[in-house]
Design a protein around this ligand. Structure first.
Ligand SMILES: NC(=O)c1ccc[n+]([C@@H]2O[C@H](COP(=O)([O-])OP(=O)(O)OC[C@H]3O[C@@H](n4cnc5c(N)ncnc54)[C@H](OP(=O)(O)O)[C@@H]3O)[C@@H](O)[C@H]2O)c1
Length: 251
Protein backbone atom coordinates (compact mmCIF):
# COMPACT_ATOMS: atom_id res chain seq x y z
CA UNK A 1 0.00 0.00 0.00
CA UNK A 2 1.32 3.45 -1.00
CA UNK A 3 1.23 6.81 0.83
CA UNK A 4 -2.17 8.19 1.89
CA UNK A 5 -3.92 10.13 -0.87
CA UNK A 6 -7.21 12.07 -1.00
CA UNK A 7 -10.65 10.62 -1.52
CA UNK A 8 -11.61 9.48 -5.00
CA UNK A 9 -15.22 8.99 -6.08
CA UNK A 10 -15.64 6.43 -8.85
CA UNK A 11 -19.14 6.20 -10.28
CA UNK A 12 -20.34 2.80 -11.46
CA UNK A 13 -17.60 0.97 -9.57
CA UNK A 14 -19.52 -2.18 -8.69
CA UNK A 15 -18.05 -4.01 -11.68
CA UNK A 16 -16.08 -3.68 -14.92
CA UNK A 17 -13.79 -0.70 -15.52
CA UNK A 18 -15.05 1.14 -12.41
CA UNK A 19 -14.30 -1.79 -10.09
CA UNK A 20 -10.81 -2.25 -11.58
CA UNK A 21 -10.14 1.47 -11.11
CA UNK A 22 -11.38 1.31 -7.51
CA UNK A 23 -9.07 -1.60 -6.62
CA UNK A 24 -6.06 0.05 -8.29
CA UNK A 25 -6.79 3.45 -6.70
CA UNK A 26 -7.01 1.91 -3.24
CA UNK A 27 -3.69 0.17 -3.80
CA UNK A 28 -2.17 3.58 -4.60
CA UNK A 29 -3.44 4.97 -1.29
CA UNK A 30 -6.66 6.78 -2.25
CA UNK A 31 -9.70 6.46 -0.01
CA UNK A 32 -12.24 5.08 -2.48
CA UNK A 33 -15.96 5.78 -2.73
CA UNK A 34 -17.32 2.80 -4.68
CA UNK A 35 -20.55 4.03 -6.24
CA UNK A 36 -23.28 1.81 -7.69
CA UNK A 37 -26.93 2.17 -8.61
CA UNK A 38 -28.40 -1.31 -8.04
CA UNK A 39 -25.47 -3.70 -7.51
CA UNK A 40 -24.99 -3.28 -3.76
CA UNK A 41 -23.55 -6.74 -3.11
CA UNK A 42 -21.05 -6.44 -5.97
CA UNK A 43 -20.00 -3.01 -4.67
CA UNK A 44 -19.66 -4.36 -1.11
CA UNK A 45 -17.41 -7.12 -2.47
CA UNK A 46 -15.14 -4.53 -4.10
CA UNK A 47 -14.98 -2.67 -0.77
CA UNK A 48 -14.28 -5.91 1.16
CA UNK A 49 -11.41 -6.71 -1.22
CA UNK A 50 -9.93 -3.23 -0.70
CA UNK A 51 -10.21 -3.40 3.09
CA UNK A 52 -8.74 -6.93 3.18
CA UNK A 53 -5.71 -5.54 1.33
CA UNK A 54 -5.31 -2.76 3.92
CA UNK A 55 -7.03 0.00 1.93
CA UNK A 56 -9.83 2.47 2.69
CA UNK A 57 -13.20 2.31 0.92
CA UNK A 58 -16.95 2.68 1.31
CA UNK A 59 -19.79 1.60 -0.99
CA UNK A 60 -22.42 4.25 -1.70
CA UNK A 61 -25.63 3.63 -3.63
CA UNK A 62 -26.57 6.67 -5.72
CA UNK A 63 -28.13 7.21 -9.12
CA UNK A 64 -25.75 9.64 -10.81
CA UNK A 65 -28.66 11.23 -12.64
CA UNK A 66 -30.30 12.35 -9.35
CA UNK A 67 -28.96 15.52 -7.80
CA UNK A 68 -29.95 14.59 -4.24
CA UNK A 69 -28.30 11.16 -4.53
CA UNK A 70 -25.10 12.73 -5.82
CA UNK A 71 -24.93 15.40 -3.10
CA UNK A 72 -25.48 12.67 -0.47
CA UNK A 73 -22.73 10.55 -2.03
CA UNK A 74 -20.20 13.40 -1.88
CA UNK A 75 -21.22 14.11 1.75
CA UNK A 76 -20.72 10.47 2.74
CA UNK A 77 -17.42 10.23 0.91
CA UNK A 78 -15.93 13.33 2.52
CA UNK A 79 -17.35 12.57 5.99
CA UNK A 80 -16.06 8.99 6.08
CA UNK A 81 -12.91 9.16 3.95
CA UNK A 82 -11.77 12.82 3.97
CA UNK A 83 -11.76 15.67 1.43
CA UNK A 84 -12.60 14.66 -2.14
CA UNK A 85 -9.70 15.23 -4.56
CA UNK A 86 -10.73 13.14 -7.57
CA UNK A 87 -13.82 12.08 -9.48
CA UNK A 88 -14.04 9.40 -12.16
CA UNK A 89 -17.24 9.84 -14.18
CA UNK A 90 -17.38 6.17 -15.19
CA UNK A 91 -21.04 5.10 -14.79
CA UNK A 92 -22.54 4.47 -18.20
CA UNK A 93 -25.23 2.44 -19.92
CA UNK A 94 -26.17 1.25 -23.38
CA UNK A 95 -29.10 -0.74 -24.69
CA UNK A 96 -29.68 -3.43 -27.31
CA UNK A 97 -27.81 -3.11 -30.61
CA UNK A 98 -30.19 -1.55 -33.06
CA UNK A 99 -30.39 0.37 -36.32
CA UNK A 100 -30.88 4.11 -35.82
CA UNK A 101 -34.46 4.15 -37.12
CA UNK A 102 -35.51 1.65 -34.43
CA UNK A 103 -34.21 3.71 -31.48
CA UNK A 104 -37.09 5.21 -29.48
CA UNK A 105 -37.05 8.63 -27.89
CA UNK A 106 -37.58 7.20 -24.40
CA UNK A 107 -34.50 5.02 -24.82
CA UNK A 108 -32.46 7.99 -26.05
CA UNK A 109 -33.59 9.93 -22.98
CA UNK A 110 -32.51 7.08 -20.65
CA UNK A 111 -29.08 6.96 -22.24
CA UNK A 112 -28.59 10.73 -22.01
CA UNK A 113 -29.92 10.80 -18.45
CA UNK A 114 -27.20 8.51 -17.06
CA UNK A 115 -24.34 9.10 -19.48
CA UNK A 116 -24.57 12.87 -19.90
CA UNK A 117 -26.77 14.42 -17.19
CA UNK A 118 -25.25 12.03 -14.63
CA UNK A 119 -21.70 13.01 -15.56
CA UNK A 120 -22.71 16.68 -15.53
CA UNK A 121 -24.26 16.49 -12.04
CA UNK A 122 -21.28 14.62 -10.59
CA UNK A 123 -18.76 16.98 -12.20
CA UNK A 124 -20.66 20.03 -10.93
CA UNK A 125 -20.75 18.65 -7.39
CA UNK A 126 -17.02 17.89 -7.56
CA UNK A 127 -16.21 21.37 -8.86
CA UNK A 128 -18.21 23.07 -6.13
CA UNK A 129 -16.31 21.12 -3.49
CA UNK A 130 -12.84 20.87 -5.03
CA UNK A 131 -12.35 24.41 -6.45
CA UNK A 132 -9.63 26.30 -4.63
CA UNK A 133 -11.73 29.49 -4.64
CA UNK A 134 -14.34 27.54 -2.62
CA UNK A 135 -11.70 26.34 -0.13
CA UNK A 136 -11.33 22.95 -1.83
CA UNK A 137 -8.09 21.02 -2.34
CA UNK A 138 -8.19 21.03 -6.16
CA UNK A 139 -7.66 17.70 -7.89
CA UNK A 140 -8.68 15.78 -10.99
CA UNK A 141 -11.79 14.79 -12.90
CA UNK A 142 -11.72 12.00 -15.46
CA UNK A 143 -14.62 11.49 -17.85
CA UNK A 144 -14.91 8.00 -19.31
CA UNK A 145 -15.98 8.40 -22.91
CA UNK A 146 -15.69 5.73 -25.61
CA UNK A 147 -14.20 5.01 -28.98
CA UNK A 148 -17.87 5.20 -30.02
CA UNK A 149 -17.60 9.00 -29.76
CA UNK A 150 -15.24 8.77 -32.75
CA UNK A 151 -16.90 5.99 -34.76
CA UNK A 152 -20.55 6.85 -33.99
CA UNK A 153 -21.38 3.14 -33.43
CA UNK A 154 -23.47 2.68 -36.61
CA UNK A 155 -25.93 -0.26 -36.57
CA UNK A 156 -25.29 -0.69 -32.84
CA UNK A 157 -26.05 2.32 -30.65
CA UNK A 158 -25.76 5.77 -32.17
CA UNK A 159 -27.61 7.12 -29.11
CA UNK A 160 -24.82 5.85 -26.83
CA UNK A 161 -22.13 7.19 -29.18
CA UNK A 162 -23.77 10.63 -29.15
CA UNK A 163 -23.86 10.62 -25.35
CA UNK A 164 -20.12 9.94 -25.29
CA UNK A 165 -19.55 12.74 -27.82
CA UNK A 166 -21.19 15.08 -25.33
CA UNK A 167 -18.63 14.04 -22.72
CA UNK A 168 -15.83 14.90 -25.13
CA UNK A 169 -17.20 18.47 -25.51
CA UNK A 170 -17.88 18.83 -21.80
CA UNK A 171 -14.29 17.82 -21.05
CA UNK A 172 -12.90 20.45 -23.43
CA UNK A 173 -14.83 23.22 -21.70
CA UNK A 174 -14.37 22.03 -18.13
CA UNK A 175 -10.64 21.53 -18.62
CA UNK A 176 -10.12 25.17 -19.61
CA UNK A 177 -12.56 26.64 -17.09
CA UNK A 178 -11.25 24.68 -14.11
CA UNK A 179 -7.49 24.58 -14.55
CA UNK A 180 -7.16 27.96 -12.77
CA UNK A 181 -9.13 26.41 -9.88
CA UNK A 182 -6.51 23.68 -9.47
CA UNK A 183 -8.71 21.02 -11.08
CA UNK A 184 -7.34 19.11 -14.08
CA UNK A 185 -10.04 17.60 -16.28
CA UNK A 186 -9.15 14.86 -18.76
CA UNK A 187 -10.88 12.08 -20.66
CA UNK A 188 -10.27 8.44 -21.45
CA UNK A 189 -11.75 6.70 -24.48
CA UNK A 190 -11.77 2.91 -24.00
CA UNK A 191 -12.05 0.69 -27.07
CA UNK A 192 -13.39 -2.87 -26.90
CA UNK A 193 -13.03 -3.93 -23.27
CA UNK A 194 -14.04 -7.26 -21.71
CA UNK A 195 -16.87 -6.31 -19.33
CA UNK A 196 -20.53 -7.18 -18.80
CA UNK A 197 -21.62 -4.04 -20.66
CA UNK A 198 -21.73 -5.91 -23.98
CA UNK A 199 -24.42 -8.24 -22.58
CA UNK A 200 -26.66 -5.18 -22.21
CA UNK A 201 -26.16 -4.63 -25.94
CA UNK A 202 -27.31 -8.22 -26.56
CA UNK A 203 -23.89 -9.59 -27.57
CA UNK A 204 -21.80 -10.85 -24.64
CA UNK A 205 -19.09 -12.08 -27.07
CA UNK A 206 -18.79 -8.74 -28.93
CA UNK A 207 -15.16 -8.10 -28.00
CA UNK A 208 -14.03 -11.50 -29.32
CA UNK A 209 -15.92 -10.88 -32.58
CA UNK A 210 -14.04 -7.59 -33.04
CA UNK A 211 -10.55 -8.76 -32.06
CA UNK A 212 -9.47 -9.06 -35.72
CA UNK A 213 -10.11 -5.33 -36.22
CA UNK A 214 -7.87 -4.34 -33.29
CA UNK A 215 -4.26 -3.65 -34.36
CA UNK A 216 -2.94 -5.13 -31.08
CA UNK A 217 -5.06 -8.25 -31.80
CA UNK A 218 -6.54 -8.51 -28.32
CA UNK A 219 -9.50 -7.06 -26.48
CA UNK A 220 -8.79 -4.64 -23.64
CA UNK A 221 -9.05 -5.47 -19.96
CA UNK A 222 -10.58 -3.25 -17.29
CA UNK A 223 -7.06 -2.95 -15.83
CA UNK A 224 -5.77 -1.53 -19.14
CA UNK A 225 -8.26 1.33 -18.78
CA UNK A 226 -7.81 1.73 -15.02
CA UNK A 227 -4.05 2.26 -15.46
CA UNK A 228 -4.70 5.10 -17.94
CA UNK A 229 -7.27 6.73 -15.65
CA UNK A 230 -4.99 6.62 -12.62
CA UNK A 231 -2.03 7.92 -14.58
CA UNK A 232 -4.05 10.96 -15.72
CA UNK A 233 -5.16 11.59 -12.13
CA UNK A 234 -1.66 11.26 -10.73
CA UNK A 235 1.03 13.93 -10.40
CA UNK A 236 2.88 12.16 -13.20
CA UNK A 237 0.32 13.83 -15.50
CA UNK A 238 0.52 17.18 -13.66
CA UNK A 239 0.68 19.20 -16.92
CA UNK A 240 -1.99 17.19 -18.78
CA UNK A 241 -5.18 19.26 -19.11
CA UNK A 242 -8.03 18.54 -21.54
CA UNK A 243 -6.32 15.41 -22.85
CA UNK A 244 -8.37 12.71 -24.64
CA UNK A 245 -6.50 9.46 -24.15
CA UNK A 246 -7.58 6.59 -26.42
CA UNK A 247 -7.09 3.17 -24.79
CA UNK A 248 -8.07 1.05 -27.74
CA UNK A 249 -5.20 -1.18 -28.79
CA UNK A 250 -4.79 1.04 -31.83
CA UNK A 251 -8.34 1.13 -33.22
N1 LIG B 1 -16.71 -2.08 -21.91
C1 LIG B 1 -16.35 -1.40 -22.99
O1 LIG B 1 -15.98 -1.98 -24.03
C2 LIG B 1 -16.38 0.11 -22.96
C3 LIG B 1 -15.89 0.77 -24.10
C4 LIG B 1 -15.91 2.15 -24.12
C5 LIG B 1 -16.39 2.86 -23.04
N2 LIG B 1 -16.86 2.19 -21.95
C6 LIG B 1 -17.38 3.02 -20.85
O2 LIG B 1 -16.73 2.65 -19.64
C7 LIG B 1 -17.62 2.86 -18.54
C8 LIG B 1 -17.69 1.59 -17.71
O3 LIG B 1 -18.14 0.56 -18.56
P1 LIG B 1 -18.12 -0.98 -18.16
O4 LIG B 1 -17.91 -1.71 -19.43
O5 LIG B 1 -17.26 -1.21 -17.01
O6 LIG B 1 -19.69 -1.14 -17.79
P2 LIG B 1 -20.47 -2.16 -16.85
O7 LIG B 1 -19.66 -3.37 -16.57
O8 LIG B 1 -21.81 -2.32 -17.48
O9 LIG B 1 -20.62 -1.32 -15.49
C9 LIG B 1 -21.38 -0.16 -15.48
C10 LIG B 1 -21.40 0.40 -14.07
O10 LIG B 1 -22.16 1.61 -14.09
C11 LIG B 1 -23.11 1.57 -13.02
N3 LIG B 1 -24.25 2.41 -13.34
C12 LIG B 1 -25.06 2.37 -14.44
N4 LIG B 1 -25.98 3.35 -14.36
C13 LIG B 1 -25.75 4.02 -13.21
C14 LIG B 1 -26.35 5.15 -12.59
N5 LIG B 1 -27.40 5.79 -13.14
N6 LIG B 1 -25.85 5.58 -11.41
C15 LIG B 1 -24.79 4.96 -10.85
N7 LIG B 1 -24.18 3.89 -11.38
C16 LIG B 1 -24.65 3.43 -12.56
C17 LIG B 1 -23.42 0.10 -12.85
O11 LIG B 1 -23.91 -0.10 -11.54
P3 LIG B 1 -25.22 -1.00 -11.22
O12 LIG B 1 -24.97 -2.34 -11.78
O13 LIG B 1 -25.32 -0.95 -9.76
O14 LIG B 1 -26.35 -0.30 -11.94
C18 LIG B 1 -22.04 -0.51 -13.05
O15 LIG B 1 -21.29 -0.43 -11.86
C19 LIG B 1 -18.95 3.28 -19.15
O16 LIG B 1 -19.08 4.68 -19.12
C20 LIG B 1 -18.84 2.81 -20.60
O17 LIG B 1 -19.65 3.56 -21.45
C21 LIG B 1 -16.87 0.83 -21.89
Amino acid sequence: MSEKRPTIIITGASRGIGAATALMAADKGYGVCVNYRTGSSAAEQVVAQIIAAGGRAIAVGADVAKEKDVAGMFDQASDKLGPVGALVNNAGILETQSSFSEIGVERFRRILETNVIGAFICAREAVRRMSRSNGGIGGSIINVSSIAARTGAPHEYIDYAASKGALDSMTAGLARELAPEGIRVNLVRPGFIYTEMHSAGGEPGRVDRLVGSIPLRRGGTPDDVARAILWLISDKAAYAVGVSLDVTGGV
